[in-house]
Design a protein around this ligand. Sequence first.
Ligand code: HEM
Length: 200
Amino acid sequence: MTSLLSSLCATLGLAVTLISATVHAAESDSKAATNELNKVCPISGKPADGRITVIYEEIKYAFADAECRAKFNEARANSLYHKLGGKAAIDAAVEAFYVKVLADARIKHYFEDINMNKQRRKQKEFLSAAFGGPIPWQGKDLRKAHENLPGLNESHFNAVAENLQKTLEELKIRKELIDQVMAIAASTKDSVLNRKPGAK
Ligand code: HEM
């Protein structure tokens, strides 16, 4: 499978560093995690047992029991997030995406007064969660986040979606995965445009 990360290597010429990151992706799970252990099981919501843990992308998670841990592992392995290449790949794709957005005369004015470091970070967190990553989205509701953008309409939404699709195509992501990403992006349209669900 061509991962998002390995495609990026070719695109940006960062072959050595990034291919090495891909090769060592599995090993990174065994690196020491330094985070404070969660007290609530992310699967069952019950108290977590600090002896039943897994390390995923250098973060250690504790679970109520072994069944919860197995569910967590299965969800990770089957997620679009994982298939795209995980955190490093999604972070890199969002960076490339905003280069396009900020160069796009149809929409760049919306980002003129925005702290783009924060915006990139938020978008990475949002998309990671939306693609089934391990950390739930804790930022603003998308309706709230976009409610004060003057004149925001479908043409702006489509321009953003187009930039996202082009970014993924340039990174040589498999069409099947791009289709899944674009379906998730499309599912946010009513919220981003502050419309009633299914409105035209
Ligand atoms: C696929 C569609 C979209 C998604 C998933 C999305 C996602 C997000 C997220 C996660 C945030 C940060 C929320 C937070 O601060 O917690 C955000 C903020 C923002 N988005 Fe979007 N967005 C989408 C479409 C658009 C469009 C079409 C525009 C305008 C052309 C836009 C412009 C902005 C701006 C300017 C902010 C910053 C608002 C502020 O900080 O006051 N977004 N978006």
